[in-house]
Structure formats: C-alpha cells, structure tokens
Write a protein that binds this ligand. Structure first.
Ligand code: PNW
Length: 481
C-alpha cells in the first residue's frame, strides 16, 4: 500500500490583496439625486431595444444609500480591498466647470467607511458613464479630442478632494469596451456604429489616460499609485495556417496593443496602422500625444474572463463550430473590430458561464506572464475576474453557487501559476461584490459573490462569498467547498 502525499495547497504571498470590484452605474442607483446629471448609460437604457427589458441603473443595488451596510459586509468577509468607480456625472455634472460638493462628499464618506474597516480603496475614475452633455452634439464623446482634455480636468478635481485618503488610482476601466463596443458595434452606450469614430475614440481614451495621469501626479502626494485597467484578449488562432495566424495578430492589435503600445512604450504599432489605413490616416494623433500618453505607471490592472478563438474567414463551412454574429461581445450587425471585420470568432469547446463565455483559466496565466514580460518591473493586479450564474435562493434563503466556486478556484490557481513563473501579481479583485446592472444584459446576469434581491434590496452572501472569505483569511485555496 502506498500513501500518497496530499498536494500542497498553493500559498499566496503575504500582503497579497483579496478584494472585490464594482462600478458606479452598476451599483449606485440614486440616478437623480444630489445633482447627478444623466450619463450616456442613462440615455442608452432609455433607447428602445438597447438594454434587456429596458432595465436601467436608476435604483441598481441602491449602494448610494446602503454603502455603509455593503462596506460592513466586506468587513465581515475579511476582504482586504475594494475597487469602485467614481461617477463623473455626480462629481462634475456637465463634464466641465466646478465640482458638485455633494458628489465628492459621497465618495469621501465611502472611502472613510472603507478605511475604518481596514479595507484599502482602489478608485477608478472612469467606468463607462460619460456625462451625456459631453456626448451630445455631432463632435461629442470619445471620438472628440476635447473629451480627453475634459477628463484630465475631472481627474484633477477628484484628486484634490480624495488625494488625502486614496492611494490607489486607476484612470480608465477597459477602454476597449468604451471605444469599440460604444462606438463600433454599438452594444454599449452611446450605441454608435462607426468604425472610424471607434478608432478615434481609442486614441482619445489613450490621451485621456495620459493627461489624467499627469493631472493626478501634479495633485496627489508622492506615495500615490497610478494604474489603468485593461481587458487584453487572450487570442488563440484556430490553426497554424497563415490566415488564422494573421487573424489572431489583427485581433491582438485591436484588443490589446492599441492600448498597451502607446501607454507602455509611446508608439502605435505599424501593423495596426496598416490594418486600419483604409479607415483613418490617424491624423487625430498629434505630435506630442504619444509622449503625453506614455506616462510612468505604478501598476497595471488586468481584467480577464475568457479567451478568444479566431480564424481567417470561413468560406467552406467545414468548421464543426460555426462562427456566429455574437463573438462573445454581444450580438450586433456591426463589428467591434474596425478593419478586421472579416475575422471569424469561434466557440471554444467545453463549459461556459451564463454569459456564454467559455471557461479557460490558462488565458489568465498567459496574460499575466505577457504583461510581466512586456512591462518588466511593473506590479500587476487582476482587477476583474468572475462568472455569471443563474443563482437562486433555496427554500431556506441560502444561495449555493458551486459553479462559481469552481470557476474561482481554477482562476486563483492560474494566478498562482503566474506568480510561480515570476509575475509580480499583488492582488485579485473578484467581479463582483454584488449582483448588479450587467450593462446591455440588465439584471439578467448575476456576477455577485453576494446575491441581491432587486425587489427588496436584500443582500445574501452566496456560498462563494463564504468560500472567498476563507481564501482571503488564509491566502490559500481551500480543498473543499
Ligand atoms: C467588464 N466583452 O465588462 C466590466 O468591466 C464590468 O463592468 C462588467 O460587469 C464585467 O466585465 C462583466 O461583463 C465587459 O464583450 C463587458 O468583451 C463586455 C466585454 C468584456 C468586459
């Protein structure tokens, strides 16, 4: 008889931060209170056919009024950090001019509450809710240069108000979604479908990031940490064939390098310029822009859910898994890939979450190691990762979500693997603390570790939340659920 040694559970470094993540429009509600003006998402939700069953963020999780309870819940779970975003529409309702004190007071109260519970605030300045006034008009929104300048001013206002209590600052969340889902495929606000506008939006988001980073440095104490959260694609080509490899290269350029090359190295890649040359000559990029964009950062945030499997356009229909109009980014007649609309997206075989996103944690390890290689010395955070499942309370009021625990366990193991291979990963933020407004899917997709009954606003920690609390307490991945 042989006695098998129990495998040693991966141990995360001491000081590794375990947190959760939310975004203003997805959780706050109180859409018309204390001077908040409409953002592009308020408008989009009221545009027929854009958001599942016409859902809006008007009430959402009512976090604006319940934040003290929500912070207490995080404290009870023993979480180290909380990543939230500031609503530009609360702080500077028209997108220019002086700040509204009431908006700033809310975020001051929220951060104070976090600090009192020993929870480190990670503040994101922009998680997609552009003030509507900045979008309105023919030249508006992110395709316009002016929006980047406005953003830097807004960043300065928030830094002045919260710089004494927030150390960790993120400029943008997933500029890919803002540019290409907002202005390309139109499945996100403001719902425009213009490939040229989408490319110009990407540049002005890069510029906004760089100018805001400068405004933050000018205002914040020296110990402040600046970062950006990207959603790079873990792209896999369907085969070694040249056409499939080229498809992967194109998607990598448009999903990831369009942001990382200017932000980290101060360049736009030649293949990206060539792939899009029939759409734009990139004359929106002025001489000093790349220098302005490539600001020194203190960390990089990576949001990861699922990889992408791509190929050259399928002509013979021989693919066992046919490409679909929905490439995993929402169904639209318009592509979010300007100049590379012909690339086919395929379903990975195997298990998927309620979003239809395949589960493959190897993409997370791969991307962490890639950033580690491409941005040597820059600390990394997983600023979002998680899964949507159809969680329903049982007769006793408990919510059991073993599938989410399985998803998280595999992704924590993937993060640990990247650490083992040398990546400097400092923390992990689960998306999300609460079930919330899942953009175009409204309230029909639940990502929370905590269940929310949107009728009563009752919060119920799911079994995954209790399991996550054990991870946070021990820095280890528990054996059993
Ligand atoms: C991210 N895509 O959104 C956001 O940062 C969160 O606000 C959101 O709730 C979460 O992930 C879950 O969806 C994404 O189509 C939305 O590739 C769409 C895509 C990626 C991320």
């Amino acid at each position: 008889m042989t006695v098998q040694a129990r495998p040693v559970q991966p141990q995360f470094p001491s000081g590794f931060l375990w947190g959760t993540s939310t975004a203003a429009y997805q959780v706050e509600g109180a859409a018309r209170e204390d001077g908040r003006s409409p953002s592009i998402w308020d408008t989009f939700c009221r545009t027929p056919g854009k958001v599942h069953e016409g859902h809006t963020g008007d009430q959402a999780c009512d976090h604006y009024h319940r934040f003290r309870d929500d912070v207490a819940l995080m404290g009870a779970l023993g979480l180290d950090a909380y990543r939230f975003s500031v609503s530009w529409s609360r702080v500077q309702p028209t997108g220019s001019g002086p700040a509204d004190q009431r908006g700033l007071d809310f975020y001051r109260a929220l951060t104070d509450e976090l600090l009192e519970h020993g929870i480190t605030p990670f503040l994101t300045l922009y998680h997609w809710d552009l003030p509507q006034d900045l979008e309105s008009g023919p030249e508006g929104g992110w395709p316009a240069r002016e929006t980047a300048l406005r953003f830097a001013e807004y960043a300065g206002l928030v830094a002045e108000a919260l710089g004494d209590r927030v150390v960790n600052w993120t400029t943008l969340n997933e500029p890919w979604c803002s540019a290409f889902l907002g202005y390309g495929s139109g499945v996100h606000a403001p719902g425009r479908t213009d490939p040229v506008a989408a490319l110009h939006a990407a540049h002005h988001l890069n510029l906004a990031h760089g100018l805001a980073a400068q405004a933050l440095r000018a205002t914040l104490p020296a110990e402040a940490k600046l970062m950006v959260s990207l959603n790079p694609a873990a792209v896999r080509a369907r085969s070694e064939a040249q056409g499939d490899q080229d498809a992967a290269r194109r998607i990598d350029a448009l999903a990831t390098r369009v942001f990382t090359s200017p932000m980290l190295r101060g360049v736009y890649d030649e293949d990206l310029i060539a792939d899009t040359a029939h759409l734009t000559d990139w004359s929106c990029v002025r001489d000093s822009d790349l220098k302005d964009i490539a600001q020194p950062l203190d960390a990089l945030g990576l949001n990861y859910y699922t990889p992408s499997l791509v190929s050259a356009p399928d002509r013979n229909g021989s693919d066992p898994v046919p490409p679909s109009r929905d490439d995993g980014h929402g169904a639209s007649e318009h592509s979010p890939w300007p100049g590379s609309e012909h690339v086919s997206f395929h379903q990975h075989p195997g298990e998927r979450t309620e979003m239809g996103w395949s589960i493959d944690p190897t993409g997370l390890t791969e991307l962490l190691l890639r950033f580690h290689r491409e941005a040597p010395g820059l600390p990394l955070y997983v600023t979002e990762n998680g899964a949507a499942y159809d969680d329903v309370p049982d007769a006793g009021g408990m919510v059991h979500d073993p599938q989410r625990i399985a998803y998280l366990r595999r992704h924590f193991t993937a993060v640990h693997e990247a650490l083992t291979q040398g990546a400097d990963v400092r923390g992990y933020f689960l998306w999300s603390l609460l079930d919330n407004f899942e953009w175009a899917y409204g309230y029909s997709r639940r990502f929370g570790a905590v269940h929310v009954d949107f009728g009563t606003q009752r919060r119920t920690p799911k079994s995954s939340a209790l399991w996550y609390a054990r991870v946070a307490a021990s820095g280890r991945i528990p054996d059993a659920a």
